[in-house]
Design a protein. Sequence first.
Length: 56
Amino acid sequence: MPRNFIWPSHDGFQLLFVCQINLNELRNFSCSRMFPYKGMLYSFMGNHELKKSWVN
C-alpha cells in the first residue's frame, strides 16, 4: 500500500483487504477500456460479508 494510504473502515471497524490489481496489466483484456491505463485498484470487504459467505 502507498505510504499515505488511509485504511478504509465502516462503523468503526477496519475493512478486510481482498486484493490489488495493477491496471497496467489489464491492457490485453477486453475489459481494459473500462479502467484507467495505469494505477492500482484495491478491493476491500467488511467482516459481515465474510461471515455471510461462510454460511452459504
